[in-house]
Write a protein that binds this ligand. Structure first.
Ligand code: GRF
Length: 202
């Protein structure tokens, strides 16, 4: 049997995107296995979702540590798990340029808006409050900026007149759970290259 690509998932909270990725791996839709889940919060529910699935977990709290020291621990855990890809799934810390340089073009993130609109925190509320008529989610490669790396895949949703930011966020989340596994499948199974900022699949 062909060896599965090993993926590390970094999260800080709920873990629904972790579940979507892990389930897609288990169904064979992504030729990979989630080899490690790391959280900067020991009480993140996402760690329980990982444990339920038998995925090794590491809680590496950032509090009280300098950023370099915290990242050194995270990098060491990723390297010890021999993972080829790093998927951010609700990881609420910005990664330093040194961290990103360690895994070139192999760190992926999902953001709950159509980038480059509404980067940063609370993106669904930002989009809703702005009054956009269409929103969605973006899977992108991670660079040193905030939600600024090359876009792999986007999925859209309508914004309805009677939406609250919560109902909009729920509609976007459904699409996130399709977008992230689809993007990882594409990155792992198809030839692709970067043309400037553009991710081109052959
Ligand atoms: C998602 O909305 C994702 O787009 C954002 O953080 C949230 C994480 O949710 N980056 P979950 O922990 O995967 O449920």
């Amino acid at each position: 049997m062909e060896e599965l690509t090993r993926i590390a998932v970094l999260l800080s909270g709920r873990g629904s995107n972790l579940v979507a990725l892990a389930d897609a791996c288990a169904r064979g839709e992504i030729p990979a296995e989630i080899a490690l889940v790391i959280s900067n919060r020991a009480d993140a529910p996402g760690l329980d979702r990982a444990r339920e699935r038998g995925i090794p977990v590491a809680a590496i709290p950032g509090k009280g540590l300098a950023r370099e020291e915290h990242e050194r621990l995270v990098v060491a855990a990723i390297e010890a798990a021999k993972t080829r890809w790093v998927c951010l799934a609700g990881y609420m810390r910005l990664l330093s340029p040194a961290f990103i340089a360690r895994f070139p073009r192999r760190i992926v993130n999902i953001h709950p808006a159509l980038l480059p609109s509404f980067p940063g925190l609370d993106a669904q509320r930002q989009a809703w409050a702005h009054g956009v008529k269409v929103s969605g989610c973006t899977v992108h490669l991670v660079d040193a900026g905030c939600d600024s790396g090359p876009i792999v895949l986007q999925r859209t949703v309508p914004v309805l007149d009677d939406d609250t930011s919560e109902t909009l966020a729920a509609r976007i989340l459904e699409q996130e759970h399709i977008a992230y596994p689809t993007a990882m499948r594409m990155l792992l199974t198809r030839a692709w290259r970067l043309d400037g900022r553009r991710v081109i699949f052959e």
